[in-house]
Design a protein around this ligand. Structure first.
Ligand SMILES: [Zn+2]
Length: 305
């Protein structure tokens, strides 16, 4: 840790001391999450060199920058992160970048208007960061990504405008598609139980009541009383399936499953949802659109069967 602290200091010193290098003429863009990278790739294509810090299965709430991340941030022309305290372990790095002002860094989820944000319970003036789970809200982040690209690369403005229009239209179509899929779930079965509270925007968008073992951040402990309360909810409502997440340990959901079984209600694990990261690049959930479809399909199949 000592070494890392020293290294952060050195990297940030170097950042302020020298101009950002640009190799092969292309802009270097660093994005924290896969969902941000998906939009960058669609809007900018090969015009930028893109690096994603958080790969498949990585939990952004507890992620701490590696030395290689810090060097990527050092070389970036543009840094795009979610914000709203999603990447809590990187907050000091971003604070330093903003204070020194040597490179444009944009918290894209913070572009969502405040009245569309859900409050983070027990956190003063903090909001739920999982906005990408509602394509209508995620539009604002995509527009912020487009505007940030135009600001660092005005020559590409027309390309970014055109390609972002297409991406925004795709988001609208995705939203309609997900809405139709959700309608297949019988009203009395519209309860989504997951490991951590990442699906509140999703639930609001598609008419599901959402309950979770852990809070908005996975850094919070799963309490025995929450597991008891969720078990009661599952048993009382005869919920057929609950869900694990690819970036969170399955243990808490298994605890609810075992507790329900102990009182005679068999609840299945309905599948793994991509809560905070995309899937493997070559897999069906390797894109934002694939991830959203996978989640909805998994939920619909498990709750209707
Ligand atoms: Zn989360």
């Amino acid at each position: 840790m000592q070494f890392r602290t020293v290294l952060v200091g050195i990297v940030l010193f170097v950042l302020t001391a020298c101009a950002t290098p640009v190799t092969d003429g292309r802009l270097r863009v660093v994005a924290t999450t896969g969902q941000i990278s998906d939009a960058v790739r669609a809007i900018a294509g090969d015009r930028v060199l893109l690096r994603t810090l958080l790969g498949p299965g990585i939990d952004p709430h507890t992620y701490i920058a590696t030395e290689s991340d810090l060097f990527a941030l050092q070389e970036a022309n543009l840094i795009l992160y979610n914000g709203l305290h999603l990447e809590a372990g990187l907050s000091r790095v971003f604070e330093n970048i903003h204070r020194r002002g040597y490179v444009r860094a944009v918290a894209v989820a913070e572009a969502v208007p405040q009245h569309l944000l859900l409050e983070w319970p027990d956190h003063d003036k903090a909001y739920d960061p999982h906005v990408w789970h509602d394509p209508q809200r995620w539009r604002y982040a995509v527009i912020a990504i487009r505007d940030a690209l135009i600001a660092v690369d005005p020559a590409g403005s027309e390309i970014y405008q055109q390609r972002s229009e297409r991406y925004l239209a795709d988001l609208q179509a995705l939203d309609r598609e997900l809405r139709m899929m959700a309608e297949r779930i019988p009203p009395e079965r519209r309860i989504l139980v997951t490991a951590h509270d990442a699906f509140r925007y999703f639930g609001q968008a598609y008419g599901l009541r959402v309950e979770a073992v852990q809070g908005i951040s996975t850094a919070t402990e799963a309490s025995a009383s929450t597991i008891r309360a969720l078990t009661e909810l599952v048993v009382t409502n005869r919920i057929p399936a609950i869900f694990v997440e690819t970036s969170v340990s399955p243990r808490t959901i298994e605890a609810v499953q075992n507790a329900a079984r102990a009182v005679g209600h068999e609840v299945r694990v309905g599948g793994a949802l991509y809560s905070d990261s995309l899937g493997e690049p070559d897999g069906p959930a390797g894109t934002y659109f694939g991830m959203m479809r996978h989640n909805m399909q998994t939920i619909v199949e498990a709750l209707t069967s």
